[in-house]
Design a protein around this ligand. Structure first.
Ligand code: FES
Length: 140
C-alpha cells in the first residue's frame, strides 16, 4: 500500500497533458500492426505502446492476466486522458490499473472500472491476434 501511495504522489506531481485525447479514424487497410512480443508483457503487468497509424499517433495499453493478452486504447473513459503518469508507466497493483489523472481503477483483464469517477465504464478494447508469439493489432 505504501508503494501505491507513493506512486499517487508521483502521479499528481507529474504534468499530465490537459488535452482530451480523441481516437482518430484509421483505415482497415493498415491492419494488422505489430504491437509487441508476448514476452514483453509479464503476467499481471501493463505496458504502453505508441503507434503512428494513418499519420496519427495512437497510444495503447497491453496487459497480461492469467496468460491472456488484452489491449486497450490508452484513453480513460472518465475525461479522455491517458492513464499513464509518464509515457508507458502505469500505476498498477494486484491487476488494478489506476488512471494517473483522477484515480479511476480498472481491472487489467476486462478494462472494467471498479472505482473512481467512471465506475462501471470500461476501457475501450482494441482487436488483437497472437501470431508466432507476437501481438498484432487487428482493429480499433
Ligand atoms: S481521466 Fe482518468 S480518472 Fe479522470
Amino acid at each position: 500500500m505504501a508503494i501505491l501511495a507513493r506512486s499517487y504522489n508521483l502521479a499528481f506531481h507529474h504534468e499530465v497533458d490537459d488535452a482530451v485525447t480523441q481516437v482518430p479514424e484509421v483505415a482497415d487497410s493498415v491492419f494488422p500492426v505489430h504491437l509487441c512480443a508476448v514476452e514483453d508483457v509479464a503476467e499481471g503487468a501493463a505496458i504502453g505502446i505508441e503507434k503512428e497509424l494513418s499519420g496519427e499517433q495512437h497510444a495503447f495499453i497491453v496487459t497480461c492476466a492469467d496468460g491472456q493478452i488484452h489491449a486497450y486504447h490508452n484513453v480513460c473513459p472518465h475525461a479522455g486522458r491517458r492513464l499513464d503518469w509518464a509515457p508507458g508507466r502505469f500505476l498498477l497493483k494486484d491487476r488494478v490499473l489506476v488512471c494517473a489523472a483522477h484515480g479511476a481503477s480498472f481491472r487489467i483483464e476486462s478494462g472494467l472500472c471498479t472505482g473512481g469517477p467512471c465506475q462501471g465504464d470500461h476501457l475501450a478494447r482494441v482487436g488483437i491476434e497472437i501470431e508466432n508469439d507476437e501481438v498484432l493489432l487487428t482493429g480499433l
